[in-house]
Ligand binder design. Structure first.
Ligand code: UT7
Length: 358
């Protein structure tokens, strides 16, 4: 078992030492349940090309995306996250009262004060503390790693980690460079304490580089309104998503392989021992580049980009849920995962899927 974290200045060789014993409490984590939820409406590339100057051929060949789901009236982060969490609870065989902590990774909350408490109330997890965590497309992985620390420390026994985003709220639907990429959705994973020898989080890395923040933003607008005399107050509101696609692409194909190589080296696990590569779903070309770097065959690379596009914090649990339900991912499978995106932020984790505990 091993773990570690560091900042982007670390090279692989100067990364924090890999601990042989991450938990002084003798606790590990097990991934025991998963669920997901999607809005009903699907918008195809062909339908989008009726609205903006684009084509199915351009979108598919540059990204692998064929369609995306977009939340309609009555569908929100709360409803999607609640449905995903409920499915994860059922899969794990937990009652809502057993949940100690709900971590909701989202960058598009229903309420800037936090959406997780709404989900807590909706699923009836009355004992749980619930809060949001914002790290864009790295949000789910960062939340899973955060949850693992609470479990390993002995603070909490059972945690629901949810990734949910509704970026359709914040897209400029006339900007063809971004509007074709994103979709809405939610996914959730149930994690519980197990004895350390069964730990399902074999290693992780987390990185941030705020000096490259401008590459991908959903930033406050800077409008002020007069208040009293010479004083003014800022008016709340966000500008639509802005992305320098080429820079983010270069960042992803450089940093994701680096972080995964670091994890494999630190744990002594060979790439051919991995059952699955489960990466943030942003672009099929990124998935292919990372797979090629580690000579992972296509059939072991999980992708649902063609159906859902980039659902931000939701992509990893959404993809995991699909692969669990169709029987591809099975108990004991070893998964290399990486989240990456705005911040800039990125990270990786080597995970073992446990499945429901009897
Ligand atoms: O989840 C967070 C992480 N995000 C990512 O990882 C995204 C990383 N970036 C990418 O996936 C790619 O950079 C994109 C898919 C966003 C763009 O692909 P690209 O190959 O980098 O295209 P580009 O931005 O260099 O644009 C090439 C051309 C441009 O035309 P000109 O200036 O060469 O005449 C664009 O205007 O393609 C044009 N273009 C489009 N054409 C048709 C851009 N978007 C579209 C579009 N349809 N939707």
């Amino acid at each position: 078992m091993s773990f570690g974290a560091g900042n982007p200045a670390d090279s692989a060789s100067s990364s924090p030492a890999v601990s042989a014993s991450p938990s002084s409490t003798g606790r590990g984590i097990a991934l025991v349940g998963c669920g997901s939820a999607l809005p009903a409406a699907s918008i195809s590339n062909a339908a989008l090309s009726e609205r903006i100057e684009t084509s199915d051929d351009w979108i598919r060949s540059r990204t692998g995306i064929g369609a995306r789901r977009v939340a309609g009236p009555g569908e929100t982060i709360t409803t999607l996250a609640t449905a995903a969490a409920t499915a994860a609870l059922e899969h794990a065989g937990w009652s809502p009262e057993q949940v100690d902590l709900i971590l909701l990774a989202t960058s598009s909350p229903d309420d800037l004060f936090g959406t997780a408490p709404r989900v807590q109330a909706a699923i009836g997890a009355h004992r749980a503390v619930a809060f949001d965590l914002t790290a864009a497309c790295s949000g789910f992985l960062f939340s899973l790693i955060t949850a693992a620390q609470y479990i390993r420390s002995g603070a909490f026994e059972r945690v629901l980690v949810i990734g949910a985003d509704q970026l359709s709220r914040w897209i400029d639907w006339d900007d063809r460079r971004t509007c074709v990429l994103f979709g809405d959705g939610a996914g959730a994973v149930a994690m519980q304490a197990v004895p350390q020898p069964q730990d399902g989080l074999l290693a992780f890395r987390m990185r941030s580089d705020g000096s490259r923040n401008a590459c991908l933003t959903l930033a406050q607008t800077e409008t002020h309104r007069p208040l009293i005399g010479s004083l003014s107050a800022q008016v709340g509101g966000f500008a639509p998503i802005h992305m320098n696609g080429q820079e983010v692409y270069k960042f992803a194909v450089r940093e994701v392989p680096a972080v995964l190589a670091d994890l494999l080296e630190a744990t002594g696990i060979a790439a051919d021992q991995l059952n699955w590569l489960l990466l943030h779903q942003a672009n099929q070309r990124i998935l292919d580049a990372v797979a090629n770097r580690f000579a992972v065959p296509q059939e072991r690379v999980l992708s649902n980009l063609s159906s859902y596009g980039n659902t931000s914090a939701a992509t990893i649990p959404l993809m995991l849920d699909e692969a669990l339900r169709d029987g591809r991912v099975r108990p004991g499978h070893l998964i290399a995962s990486s989240g990456f995106g705005a911040g800039l932020s990125w990270g990786g984790a080597l995970l073992r899927w446990s499945g429901p505990q009897s």
